[in-house]
Write a protein that binds this ligand. Structure first.
Ligand code: SF4
Length: 196
């Protein structure tokens, strides 16, 4: 019998490649705990997609209550931090600490996360936070960088094949704002080019 592993997932598109790899060695149980996602409709879109996919794959998924107030409380004062900065570390910490605690509560000896598969996320920070949370809870964190060995490419390809809904921002209100500002700048440039 394979050992169990609790895998924190942030959305469906980031998950299939990581899950395929981990299933070779583990009995994978998904854990959706993402109080960072804003607004609630976006949270529901991501949750519904991952729950639907888990059902098709025969995977068990545990869904934590949506508690954005905890996320906002933890990141107060970090509103202007860039992506990959202090706010992101706190965001990882909040989600992975809860995941480590859940693994301990369920008697699962190891946990991990799909987060490092994103080219926009720093695996070193995720691993440091995950190991610290695991140590505190008394469970092992699976230290990895899922981007490696073309992991990000495989993830994008599988997400397309599976026809997943794919968001275009990381998740929090600040990353949404950043994406909107970029889109506005791009639009302004296009208009300027057309007028010149
Ligand atoms: S950009 Fe992403 S990782 Fe960083 S704080 Fe926002 S949701 Fe969390």
């Amino acid at each position: 019998m394979k050992p169990r592993l609790l895998l924190h997932v942030c959305c469906a598109p980031c998950s299939p490649h990581v899950v395929e790899k981990l299933r070779e060695e583990y009995d994978v149980i998904l854990y959706f705990n993402n109080p960072n996602i804003h607004p609630k409709t976006e949270y529901e879109n991501r949750l519904n997609e991952v729950v639907s996919w888990a059902g098709k794959e025969g995977l068990t998924i545990i869904v934590e209550n949506y508690a954005p107030e905890k996320w906002f409380a933890a990141t107060t004062g970090m509103e202007n931090e860039p992506e990959r900065g202090k706010r992101c570390e706190t965001c990882f910490d909040l989600r992975l600490t809860t995941a480590a605690g859940k693994a301990k509560e369920l008697g699962i000896g190891a946990y991990g996360s799909v987060l490092s598969v994103s080219p926009r996320k720093d695996a070193a920070i995720i691993n440091r936070v995950g190991e610290r949370a695991g140590y505190t809870a008394g469970v092992k964190f699976l230290t990895t960088d899922w981007k490696k060995k073309d992991g990000s490419k495989a993830t994008v390809r599988m997400g397309r094949e599976l026809g997943f809904y794919r968001q275009d921002y990381c998740g929090c209100v600040f990353s949404l704002k950043e994406r909107q500002e970029k889109a506005q700048k791009k639009e302004a440039k296009t208009i300027q080019a057309e007028l010149s």
